[in-house]
Design a protein around this ligand. Structure first.
Ligand SMILES: [Zn+2]
Length: 111
Protein backbone atom coordinates (compact mmCIF):
# COMPACT_ATOMS: atom_id res chain seq x y z
CA UNK A 1 0.00 0.00 0.00
CA UNK A 2 1.34 3.34 -1.02
CA UNK A 3 0.30 6.78 0.04
CA UNK A 4 0.90 10.22 -1.41
CA UNK A 5 3.81 11.88 0.37
CA UNK A 6 2.12 15.29 0.37
CA UNK A 7 -1.59 14.67 1.00
CA UNK A 8 -1.26 11.07 2.23
CA UNK A 9 -4.19 9.89 0.15
CA UNK A 10 -4.18 6.23 -0.83
CA UNK A 11 -2.52 5.43 -4.13
CA UNK A 12 -3.64 2.35 -6.06
CA UNK A 13 -0.81 0.43 -7.68
CA UNK A 14 0.61 2.26 -10.70
CA UNK A 15 -1.11 5.54 -9.87
CA UNK A 16 1.76 7.25 -8.07
CA UNK A 17 4.08 9.78 -9.65
CA UNK A 18 7.73 10.07 -8.68
CA UNK A 19 8.68 13.69 -8.20
CA UNK A 20 11.14 15.85 -6.34
CA UNK A 21 9.39 17.38 -3.36
CA UNK A 22 10.50 19.38 -0.35
CA UNK A 23 11.12 16.92 2.47
CA UNK A 24 12.63 19.13 5.09
CA UNK A 25 14.76 22.03 6.11
CA UNK A 26 18.35 22.27 7.19
CA UNK A 27 19.84 25.11 9.11
CA UNK A 28 23.19 25.69 10.66
CA UNK A 29 26.14 27.97 10.81
CA UNK A 30 28.69 28.24 8.07
CA UNK A 31 32.28 28.96 8.91
CA UNK A 32 34.06 30.74 6.12
CA UNK A 33 37.75 31.51 6.34
CA UNK A 34 37.99 33.12 9.78
CA UNK A 35 35.17 35.41 10.92
CA UNK A 36 32.03 34.48 12.79
CA UNK A 37 30.26 32.86 9.89
CA UNK A 38 26.56 33.19 9.47
CA UNK A 39 23.39 31.17 9.79
CA UNK A 40 21.91 29.54 6.76
CA UNK A 41 18.69 27.72 6.00
CA UNK A 42 18.23 25.46 3.01
CA UNK A 43 15.29 23.35 1.93
CA UNK A 44 15.96 19.68 1.32
CA UNK A 45 14.40 17.95 -1.64
CA UNK A 46 14.09 14.26 -2.38
CA UNK A 47 12.35 11.90 -4.77
CA UNK A 48 9.01 10.78 -3.33
CA UNK A 49 5.88 9.11 -4.62
CA UNK A 50 2.96 11.51 -4.86
CA UNK A 51 -0.50 11.39 -6.36
CA UNK A 52 -1.20 12.87 -9.83
CA UNK A 53 -3.20 15.71 -8.23
CA UNK A 54 -0.24 16.89 -6.16
CA UNK A 55 2.08 16.46 -9.14
CA UNK A 56 -0.22 18.75 -11.12
CA UNK A 57 -0.12 21.33 -8.34
CA UNK A 58 3.68 21.29 -8.25
CA UNK A 59 3.86 21.57 -12.03
CA UNK A 60 1.48 24.55 -12.01
CA UNK A 61 3.58 26.24 -9.33
CA UNK A 62 6.78 25.67 -11.32
CA UNK A 63 5.12 27.00 -14.45
CA UNK A 64 4.00 30.14 -12.63
CA UNK A 65 7.53 30.65 -11.32
CA UNK A 66 9.01 30.22 -14.81
CA UNK A 67 6.47 32.66 -16.24
CA UNK A 68 7.45 35.22 -13.63
CA UNK A 69 11.12 34.96 -14.57
CA UNK A 70 10.29 35.22 -18.28
CA UNK A 71 8.29 38.38 -17.54
CA UNK A 72 11.20 39.90 -15.61
CA UNK A 73 13.67 39.10 -18.41
CA UNK A 74 11.38 40.55 -21.09
CA UNK A 75 10.82 43.71 -19.05
CA UNK A 76 14.55 44.24 -18.56
CA UNK A 77 15.23 43.58 -22.25
CA UNK A 78 12.57 46.02 -23.41
CA UNK A 79 13.70 48.78 -21.06
CA UNK A 80 17.27 48.29 -22.32
CA UNK A 81 16.09 48.57 -25.93
CA UNK A 82 14.06 51.67 -25.06
CA UNK A 83 17.09 53.22 -23.37
CA UNK A 84 19.36 52.52 -26.36
CA UNK A 85 16.73 53.91 -28.73
CA UNK A 86 16.50 57.05 -26.62
CA UNK A 87 20.29 57.41 -26.66
CA UNK A 88 20.32 56.91 -30.43
CA UNK A 89 17.62 59.55 -30.94
CA UNK A 90 19.44 61.91 -28.57
CA UNK A 91 22.60 61.64 -30.67
CA UNK A 92 20.64 61.96 -33.91
CA UNK A 93 19.04 65.21 -32.75
CA UNK A 94 21.97 66.85 -30.96
CA UNK A 95 25.05 65.52 -32.76
CA UNK A 96 25.12 68.42 -35.30
CA UNK A 97 23.99 71.05 -32.86
CA UNK A 98 27.04 72.98 -31.67
CA UNK A 99 25.34 74.22 -28.51
CA UNK A 100 24.10 70.98 -27.01
CA UNK A 101 24.97 67.31 -26.54
CA UNK A 102 27.95 65.70 -24.89
CA UNK A 103 29.07 64.15 -28.21
CA UNK A 104 29.58 67.57 -29.78
CA UNK A 105 31.43 68.84 -26.74
CA UNK A 106 33.79 65.86 -26.82
CA UNK A 107 34.51 66.53 -30.51
CA UNK A 108 35.37 70.17 -29.85
CA UNK A 109 37.84 69.22 -27.13
CA UNK A 110 39.83 66.94 -29.44
CA UNK A 111 40.36 69.67 -32.06
ZN1 LIG B 1 -1.28 13.96 -3.08
Amino acid sequence: MANCFLCSSYLPKGEGVRAKVVTGEKSGRSYPFLGLGRFYTTTLKALRTICPKCAEKIEAKNKKNRQWWINVCVTILFSLIAFLLLLFLWNLIFVDNKNAGFVTKAKNVSK
